[in-house]
Design a protein around this ligand. Structure first.
Ligand SMILES: Cc1ncc(COP(=O)(O)O)c(C=O)c1O
Length: 193
């Protein structure tokens, strides 16, 4: 078998992992708060703007809910991804409109999104294929061009240096996969602990 990707896992994770597993906190505990604080610092956002969840799928479901995607809506997406990117769209009751990819990068193509967008488009799902950033600026411009702007939902945003909060701050963008920087005006979590 020829592996396409191999996640890097430093051996230094083993000790803190063992400590956590043996600490008695096997649900959401202090280590999650520590992780969220460290992630917020790394991303340059306030800690209240970062929420970690149990899986990428959960974060996409949440992001779609925050974008108020439901039956009768359309979401533009790419087939060049894990099935888990698109299953939450179907679960939300929306229709997927497929956009093509850029053959050079594997990323969803902005011009194909421009052809697929309709008045029913509630969100655009993008994936930074292999960590190579999509053309967020062009995509956000297309999303914002509607009378009712579509939300850009970025699956695995953190995998790409091109999708930092600075790049996404200009448009209503949700960045799932473990974190949900706040969508302006839509939702926020009070610092709980
Ligand atoms: C691109 C992409 N999106 C979403 C997911 C879903 O993540 P999870 O398995 O944590 O639910 C995956 C999982 O591999 C993925 O590769």
């Amino acid at each position: 078998m020829i592996p396409l990707f191999k996640p890097f896992m430093p051996e230094t994770v083993l000790e803190p992992l063992a400590k956590t597993l043996l600490s008695g906190w096997i649900g959401e505990g202090p280590r999650v708060r520590e992780f969220e604080a460290a992630l917020a610092q790394r991303l340059g956002v306030a800690v209240e703007q970062v929420v970690t969840v149990n899986s990428g799928t959960s974060s996409l479901q949440l992001a779609l809910r925050l974008a108020k995607v439901g039956p009768g809506d359309e979401v533009i997406s790419t087939a060049m991804t894990c099935a888990a990117t698109n299953e939450p769209i179907v679960l939300a009751g929306a229709r997927i409109r497929w956009a093509d990819i850029d053959p050079l990068t594997g990323n969803i193509s902005a011009s194909s999104i421009a052809s697929a967008i309709t008045d029913k488009t509630k969100a655009i799902m993008i994936v930074h294929w292999g960590g190579y950033p999509c053309d967020l600026q062009a995509i956000n411009e297309i999303a914002a061009s509607r009378a009712a702007p579509a939300k850009t939902i970025t699956d695995i945003a953190i995998a790409s240096h091109g999708s930092t909060p600075a790049a996404t701050a200009a448009a209503p963008v949700i960045m799932p996969n473990g974190m949900l920087p706040r969508m302006p005006g839509a939702w926020s979590r009070k610092p709980a602990r």
